[in-house]
Structure formats: structure tokens, C-alpha cells
Design a protein around this ligand. Structure first.
Ligand code: EPU
Length: 422
């Protein structure tokens, strides 16, 4: 297992480029199943999650190849086995979004019920409720979701809200299934995340008839068939946000290319409020910070609110603020694995239920720390850039799931990160 040795503190400066979005690429890859033939996804990041999803597609009968620029070609002419196996889905929860496309294309599917997750309990009840409302019969058997819609799916009016608001992959699943259903589907309380907008735009290039894109009310007029896509994925807003924090926490200045500020409005507003300069630049933005940031309160929310996927990174930043901040996690209420690790680096943090009180300290001190999930490990890398001494981040494979060779991209702008085999 690889580890990172991060020498700090450093001041980042220069230009860094954001890759294509992981969380938009995964459901779009699933959408390839809806239309027999060869689809191409351009700009997908070269990440282990993308490779695992490609394995899932190959396992059901698709032919998948990846070009050197990251373009993923998926030939879904034949689907031999509409089964999302446990061994693949357990590695990556996004595997669940193969369920809707398989049901719509083949009329039946079995997908392993996703198991435990480092960021807390993540049920899929709303996915199943939505698919049932489209007419699928669904039961649980030996840890698998067994779904049947041999007489076809039928459009319906579906409320997809849950106790924590909308669901991103649940919306993706039901929206994809509805594209080939008979009649019109209305999804109320649909997720509005840019990744869902991107998926809907891709589906429309395939011949789907989706309106209300980007709003909580999606209207999907079912069509008889779809055609394969040739589609460019959007930039990864979470990677963009992580680089914004990297500039701020190192009191540096980064020109972040391929970063759509429009997808990061809540994040940019918050950064400006705490004293960080964020300016639009043609192909991205410039983020600069000259001193310690001011404290603030953050509550994570569905889009366009502050994203849960940047909560950990902002905790690292606010650990060095001039005063006390409160961070409330409203999406994944147990997503706090980074708290104990940041505390090992001298952050002053107190967890109260689903909130953390962050008392700003003057400096963070390097320590050996353990990455536990993707975003938590990004927070540890950011803390390592600002901390005094050499931080050793163990279990770097977590960060490799969501950030392509992050050390090779941060080092040219001033980071000192060495990857070593444990
Ligand atoms: N929820 C339910 N029932 C469901 C589905 C969700 O109660 O059937 C709850 C969840 O437990 C959570 C909330 O609803 O409390 C929102 O979860 P959502 O379904 O939106 O999450 P997801 O679709 O499983 C995606 C991203 C996550 C990101 C969340 C929230 C992908 C592959 N994953 O997960 O990304 O945190 O949306 O924005 O798109 C990451 O990239 O690190 C990551 C975890």
C-alpha cells in the first residue's frame, strides 16, 4: 500500500488543471447500457473507480476500452448477464446505478445490495421505491436486489425525496429507467447536482426527452429506443473545490483551470466570506489568500448548498482560522472519520452529534495519519501541505479513487509530496 510523505508548510502558486468529473462519469457509463452499440465518454478521469465500473460493465457483457486521453469506449451491443456481482459492487457503491439501465434495457436485473461504507449508513430504499413506482417488481434475495419488469416500465409521478433531501444516484437510476418507460414520468424532489444535469444532457443526446434539467422537477417522456452517445463529461467540481482549499490553506495563489465556478457558488461565496479572493478567469478561476482565514459556520446541503464532499477539506482549512467555526453535516451525519486524524495534527476539534466545533489554532503539526475514505484523505493531504514537518498519510489508495495522481499535479505548483510503497 502506498503512503504519501508530505513536507510542510509550503505556499502553492501557479496553474493547476481540474480533470473530468468522477461522479458524473460513473452514471454516464451506466447510461451506455440503455442503447445497444458503441458509446464514447470523453474526458473521464483515470481513476480506480472508473476502472472498477468498467469491470462491472465488462462483467455484464459490454466491451470496454480506455484511450490514453481517458476516453472510455463502451460497446453494449450484447448484455449477456444482467447481474451486478457482489465482488464488484462492494468495491464501489456507484455500481448500484446499473440497476435502472439494466431493467429498462433487459427487463430484469440483479444487483448486489451495496454493503458498508466508511462515510456511514447509505441505504438505497429510495432508488427501489422509484423503480417500483415505474412498475418493477423488486425483492431482496441472498444479498441481491432482484428486479423484474418483463412487461415493461410505465411512466408515473414519483416523489424521490428522503429524510436527507434528494438522492443523487437514486435520481440517476430512476431517470435512466424512465427514459425507456411507456408514457411520461415526473420526478419530484429530484437531485439538482451538476452531475445529474450532465447525465440528463447526455441522455438527451441519446434521444431521450427530458425537461426541467437542473431543477427538482424532471419530466421524462419515454421513448422506444435510444442511440449510443459521444459525450464530453463536465469538470470535477469537488476536485476544483479541493484545489481552492489548497490555495487558501497554504496562503498561496492558484490559477485553477477547467473549474466551473457556477457549479461551486456556495463554496466560492463561503471562501470570499472568510477572506479568500476568488476571481473568475476564462477557463476557470484564480484563488488567493494572504493570511489566516476568518472562522465561519458550514452546513452541508444538497446542491446548490455546500457539498458534503468538501466538508472534510474545509475542516482542515478552518482548523487554522482565527476563531471558532461550526461544521454541521446534514447529508451523511457520520461522515467524520477525518476528525480524529486531524486532531493528531494538533487541530482543536470537538464533535457533538453531527456537528464539529472547530477552534482555530495557529499551526498544525505533522504526524503519521490514516486515510479512511476519499474526501477524508484529501483533507489530510491539505492539512499536510500546511503543517510543520513531514506528514505521512497511510492508505493513499483512498485518495487515488477520486484524485488522479494528485501528487504529480500538486508538486509542480509548490507541494513537496513523495509517494512511497509501504
Ligand atoms: N439516502 C437514503 N436512501 C436512498 C438514497 C440515499 O436515505 O435510497 C440518503 C443517504 O443516506 C444520504 C442522502 O440520502 O443521507 C443523500 O445521499 P445520495 O443518495 O445523494 O448519495 P449517493 O448518490 O449515494 C453521491 C456521490 C457521493 C456524494 C453524495 C451526496 C457518487 C458516485 N457519489 O452519492 O460522493 O457524497 O452523492 O452529494 O456520485 C464522493 O465522491 O466522495 C462521494 C461519496
Amino acid at each position: 500500500m502506498d503512503v504519501f510523505r508530505i513536507e510542510g508548510p509550503v505556499r502553492l502558486s501557479g496553474t493547476i488543471t481540474v480533470n473530468g468529473s468522477k461522479n458524473a462519469s460513473l452514471p454516464i457509463m451506466a447510461a451506455a447500457v440503455l442503447a445497444p452499440g458503441k458509446s464514447r465518454l470523453k474526458g473521464a478521469p483515470r481513476l480506480s473507480d472508473i476502472t472498477v465500473f468498467a469491470q462491472l460493465l465488462e462483467d455484464i457483457g459490454c466491451k470496454v476500452s480506455t484511450e490514453s486521453d481517458g476516453t472510455v469506449s463502451i460497446d453494449s451491443t450484447s448484455i449477456g448477464k444482467p447481474v451486478g456481482e457482489y465482488d464488484i459492487v462492494r468495491k464501489m457503491r456507484a455500481g448500484i446505478c446499473i440497476l435502472g439501465p439494466l431493467l429498462a434495457r433487459v427487463g430484469r436485473a440483479q444487483v448486489s445490495m451495496p454493503g458498508g461504507c466508511a462515510i456511514g449508513y447509505r441505504p438505497v430504499d429510495i432508488h427501489l421505491r422509484g423503480l417500483r413506482e415505474l412498475g418493477a417488481q423488486i425483492r431482496l434475495e441472498n444479498g441481491y436486489i432482484v428486479a423484474d419488469a418483463m412487461r415493461g416500465l410505465c411512466g408515473n409521478e414519483i416523489f424521490l425525496g428522503g429524510p436527507f433531501g434528494s438522492t443523487v444516484l437514486g435520481t440517476a437510476n430512476v431517470m435512466m429507467a424512465a427514459t425507456l418507460a411507456k408514457g411520461t414520468t415526473v420526478i419530484e424532489s429530484a437531485a439538482c447536482e451538476p452531475e445529474i444535469t450532465d447525465l440528463a444532457n447526455c441522455l438527451n443526446t441519446m434521444g431521450a426527452k427530458i425537461t426541467g434539467i437542473g431543477s427538482p422537477r424532471l419530466v421524462i417522456e419515454g421513448v422506444k429506443q435510444l442511440k449510443p452517445f459521444d459525450y464530453q463529461v463536465i469538470p470535477d467540481r469537488i476536485e476544483g473545490g479541493t484545489f481552492m482549499v489548497a490555495a487558501a490553506i497554504t496562503k498561496g495563489c492558484l490559477h485553477i483551470r477547467n473549474c466551473r465556478l457556477g457549479d461551486l457558488m456556495a463554496v466560492a461565496a463561503l471562501l470570499r466570506n472568510i477572506g479568500v479572493t476568488v476571481e473568475t478567469e476564462n477557463s476557470g478561476c484564480i484563488v488567493a489568500c494572504s493570511g489566516p482565514v476568518k472562522p465561519t459556520d458550514i452546513t452541508t446541503q444538497p446542491y446548490p448548498g455546500f457539498p458534503t464532499d468538501l466538508q472534510a477539506q474545509f475542516m482542515a482549512l478552518l482548523a487554522l482560522a482565527e476563531g471558532n467555526s461550526i461544521i454541521i453535516e446534514k447529508i451523511f451525519t457520520d461522515r467524520f472519520m477525518h476528525v480524529a486524524e486531524l486532531a493528531r495534527m494538533a487541530a482543536d476539534l470537538r464533535k457533538e452529534g453531527s456537528a464539529v466545533i472547530v477552534s482555530g489554532v495557529k499551526k498544525l503539526i505533522a504526524a503519521p495519519v490514516m486515510a479512511s475514505d476519499l474526501r477524508a484523505s484529501a483533507a489530510l493531504v491539505l492539512a499536510g501541505l500546511a503543517a510543520e514537518g513531514t506528514t505521512v498519510v497511510n492508505r493513499v489508495y483512498h485518495i487515488d479513487r477520486g484524485y488522479e495522481k494528485i501528487e504529480e499535479r500538486l508538486n509542480p505548483v509548490g507541494a513537496k509530496i513523495i509517494r512511497e510503497s509501504d
